[in-house]
Design a protein around this ligand. Structure first.
Ligand code: XMP
Length: 512
């Protein structure tokens, strides 16, 4: 059992980010909705609580709150933004709505810290913090003191050292806050007494035991997508039950260049049962004439289930279905008890349709970075572990308009050039996701002495923390120039390359 911190989610956009930062400090944490019962929270025996931000005002009718008793257990609390205001209010302090231009602050804000306070000890006394608030703490509860201030907000940080209660008006979890993660680390280590006992090596050993206990002598079926999650799940489950893991890779013919071959090479060598189903023709036939993005997605999703179910019948039966569900899926689908943001295809998809005795989801409590760390621990090759996210419908949503074998070839080659140049110039780490898109626009060009009328390839590269928002990556012009030149020279059918300079929102990462 690991030391546990509970993040109470008050509906803020950053709750997951807080949880990830805590995990990065090697401390296990879970996100619970603010509606969780006090007993449920205490039953987890938390060494610390973090109250997240949230969009409400503490005075609004029905505003999210918790029982005051939660603050009276002797458990350290870190309240962030709304969480800070709520704590202050519950303890008898006062929160006010900022009048325009007085205490209202958004964005990067110069902040002074009291470095005598445990949260800021050893850090610079001045720095930038990320603010986003309309209300502010106007009067401190008894026993509280100030530990951070800004020009407009005298109470940007408040604390009661004896009771181990801390409140920050700014967001330490956001990367724009200088040393924010260090502040979180200090809260965990120096206030909560966290020992940093959350490590992937122990997790792997425990997960293997749990899988064995659950599955017994039965067989497990896994749909392998070639992505990080299902690959690491496969490595973990095969370590637990070996050949009783039947893994099925549906090759829909919409993967990037050489990807299916890499997947097959790696998994054929593992101690598990591996089957590659070549279904390219089926998928291409069904996609003929389909131009609407949603129709493409729906067809591919449904066809995937059909092909997988057929294969499951051929190679089964298996008592259990394994899924590469990870923690963000669980939080976002509301399964952790939170509000539903979007229903994720991984949570509650296949089982009802195929009829299994149970589901095995060994990565259910892990964030993406942890899945990668676990993969490395299990010896999954770096080319798979560091693979960028790739949409389920594959290149079909990166070919605008009708998908054909010819267009897939173009986008595959263009994408391979882009990746190769980024890797060779050591730029792959400068974007969280980058790829080529084949637009359905053809334009006039001149090649040699001849007029050409060919396709335009769009390059997309983004930096992001969570893919909910993203910024376009500032790739050096020299690299873009090389990619452009090489694509036009090496990929037949393309005479123009453009770079997408929109962020999300208003755009999305993918084009369809
Ligand atoms: P968007 O385009 O929504 O993409 O900004 C955000 C992230 O999600 C990925 N993506 C998908 N992943 N199935 C997936 O598993 C899908 O249907 C899908 N569509 C988009 C996208 O690549 C980006 O990382």
């Amino acid at each position: 059992m690991n030391q546990t911190v509970i993040v109470l989610d008050f509906g803020g956009q950053y709750s997951q980010l807080i949880a990830r930062k805590i995990r990065e400090c090697q401390v296990y944490c879970e996100v619970l909705p603010w509606t969780a019962r006090t007993e449920t929270i205490l039953a987890k025996k938390p060494i610390g609580l973090v109250f997240s931000g949230g969009p409400a005002s503490v005075y609004a009718e029905g505003a999210p709150t918790v029982e005051k008793a939660l603050l009276e257990q002797g458990i350290p609390v870190l309240g962030i933004c709304y969480g800070c205001q709520l704590m202050v209010r519950l303890l008898g302090g006062e929160v006010k709505a900022a009048q325009a231009d007085t205490a209202r602050e958004y964005g990067r804000t110069q902040t002074a810290f009291d470095t005598e306070t445990p949260l800021f000890a050893g850090l610079p006394a001045e720095g930038i913090s990320w603010m986003s608030h309309g209300d502010y703490v106007s009067r401190l509860p008894d026993g509280f003191a100030i530990c951070a201030k800004t020009a407009h907000c005298p109470n940007a940080g408040v604390f009661n050292k004896d009771r181990r209660l801390y409140g920050l008006q700014f967001h330490p979890e956001v990367r724009h806050t200088e040393n924010g993660k260090e502040m979180i680390r200090r809260f965990l280590a120096d206030v909560c007494g966290a020992e940093g006992d959350w490590v992937m090596k122990d997790f792997a050993a425990r997960a293997v035991e749990e899988i064995r206990a659950k599955v017994g002598e039965e067989k497990v079926l896994l749909a392998l997508s070639g992505g990080v999650d299902s690959s690491v799940a496969a490595a973990l489950i095969s370590r637990a039950i070996g050949k009783r893991l039947i893994s099925i890779y549906v090759d829909h013919g919409l993967m990037r260049k050489n990807e299916s071959e890499e997947v097959e090479a790696y998994y054929s060598a593992l101690p598990l049962e591996f089957h590659r189903i070549n279904a390219e023709e089926r998928f291409l036939a069904g996609l003929k004439g389909v131009t609407d993005p949603e129709k493409k997605r729906r067809f591919i999703g449904a066809e995937f289930i059909k092909v997988f179910s057929e294969a499951a019948e051929t190679y089964g039966p298996a008592a259990y279905l394994a899924q590469g569900t990870i923690y963000p899926d669980v939080i976002e689908s509301g399964a952790a008890g939170g509000h539903t943001i979007k229903s994720h295809h991984n949570v509650g998809g296949l089982p009802e349709q195929i009829g299994f005795q149970g589901i095995v989801e060994p990565l259910r409590i892990l964030f993406k970075d942890e899945v990668r760390a676990l993969g490395r621990e299990l010896g999954v090759p770096e080319s798979i572990v560091s693979r960028q996210p790739f949409p389920g419908p594959g290149l079909a949503v990166r070919v605008i308009g009708e998908v054909t074998a010819e267009k897939l070839k173009i986008v595959r080659e263009a994408d391979a050039v882009f990746r190769e140049v980024m890797a060779r110039r050591s730029l792959a780490g400068s974007a969280d996701q980058f790829f080529a898109v084949l637009t359905d626009m053809r334009t006039v060009g001149v090649m040699g002495d001849e007029r050409s009328y060919q396709y335009t390839v769009a390059l997309r590269a983004v930096t992001t923390e969570d893919f909910m928002t993203a910024d376009f990556a500032r790739i050096p012009y020299e690299a873009l120039e090389e990619v452009s030149r090489r694509i036009v020279n090496e990929v037949p059918g393309v005479n123009r390359v453009v770079y997408d300079i929109t962020s999300k929102p208003p755009s999305t990462v993918e084009f369809e």
